[in-house]
Ligand binder design. Structure first.
Ligand code: KG4
Ligand code: ZN
Length: 343
């Protein structure tokens, strides 16, 4: 039995979790405590690093205690502490990693420094028991990436955004239209009563041989459309949101479709390989439906872990710790590890 305490503080969620793995049986999430700071940042329309760091300092001890209490495991029975060491906002990373180091030192347990993106990449093995290799689409407020996940520690980034992250594009669009933060869910809600055909927004990168994403041109097109017809009625806002969402889904489908083809060519050997979607934007139903259809056509399984586990959380960090322990890849010198805001 391996039990790992995970800590996540890289952005605006303060989170701790205990995950256990017993031999060949399915892993078990014994606790998963996530405190979102959304309300503290809402007035600013985005995450304010200084506020985030202070909020982590205030909350983390209590969140760790709650995660241990919920799990029913005492610290002495934990095998290792896994903490996000990057990438992310450096203030939060320092709070999480230093707290983890202190707990590890006091309890005489090993510390495992985890890359936040590795946490997202391995989540589908925690939730769905997926085998390597598989393809990951990570679409959040800070990341827009396609990653070929080939093994523990073996990740190949096939595409990233050359400007805005997709969640950021949703948030900025919402802000332009006067919708509250976080923008994604509000854009989706408004889009439900809108006409997606009213505005012919660009589909950035569609058809391009370059694999990457781009969303800033789309954002500019939205701004121009909104400025041209201001003041906006509720129906105008709904139509812009629906047209924006359709453009995003279309552009995303094009990019992901290319990656599915590449996966078939470069990593053959699986009759039904999987596409995993993760990140807050994966909650969007239009985007999900587009990707699901694409997967059916391409003969891929479509795997969307529960939202709670594919937005920022600490269960994925604890699980990445377990994966590293199991693979003999837990860093021995993690006590010396310094946070890396870019990693
Ligand atoms: O993974 P996540 O919770 O956290 C970070 O990036 O830290 O992603 C948050 C992002 C935000 O930009 C939010 O606007 C977006 O995910 N989002 C959505 C939806 N729900 C959340 N975007 C589009 N449609 C949604 N339903
Ligand atoms: Zn994340």
């Amino acid at each position: 039995m391996i039990r790992v305490l995970g800590i996540e503080t890289s952005c605006d969620e303060t989170a701790a979790s205990v995950v256990a793995l017993d031999g060949a049986s399915a892993p078990e999430i014994l606790s998963n405590v996530v405190l979102s700071q959304i309300e503290e940042h809402a007035a600013f329309g985005g995450v304010v690093p200084e506020i985030a760091a202070r909020a982590h300092v205030e909350a983390l001890d209590g969140i760790v205690e709650a995660a241990l209490a919920d799990s029913g495991v005492v610290l002495g029975d934990i095998d290792a502490i896994a903490a996000t060491a990057g990438p992310g906002l450096v203030g939060g990373l320092i709070v999480g990693l230093m707290t983890a180091k202190a707990i590890a030192a006091a309890a005489n347990k090993p510390l495992i420094a985890i890359n936040h993106l590795e946490g997202h990449a391995l989540t589908a093995r925690l939730t769905d028991g997926l085998d390597f290799p598989y393809l990951l689409l990570l679409v959040s407020g800070g990341h827009t990436q396609i990653v070929a996940v080939r093994g523990v520690g073996d990740y190949q980034r096939w595409a990233t955004t050359i400007d805005d992250a997709l969640g950021e594009a949703f948030d900025k669009t919402a802000k332009m239209l006067g919708l509250p933060y976080p923008g994604g869910p509000n854009v989706e809600k408004a889009a439900a009563s809108g006409n997606a055909a009213r505005f012919a927004f660009p589909r950035p990168m569609k058809g391009s041989a370059q694999p990457d994403f781009s969303f800033s041109g789309l954002k500019t097109a939205v701004r121009q459309a909104a400025t041209a017809i201001a003041p906006l009625s509720d129906q105008d806002v709904a139509d812009i949101c629906a047209s924006f969402q359709a453009a995003v889904a279309d552009a995303l489908g094009d990019r992901v479709g290319r990656a599915l083809n590449r996966f078939r060519q470069e990593l053959p050997g699986k009759a039904d390989p999987a596409l995993v979607v993760a990140g807050g934007v994966a909650a969007n139903r239009t985007i999900k439906a587009t990707l699901e259809k694409l997967c059916v056509q391409a003969g891929f399984q479509f795997v969307a872990p529960p939202l709670k586990l594919c937005t920022d959380n600490a269960a994925m960090i604890a699980w990445a710790g377990i994966e590293r322990l199991r693979a003999g890849m837990a860093e021995e010198n993690a006590a010396d590890f310094v946070p890396r805001s870019r990693w």
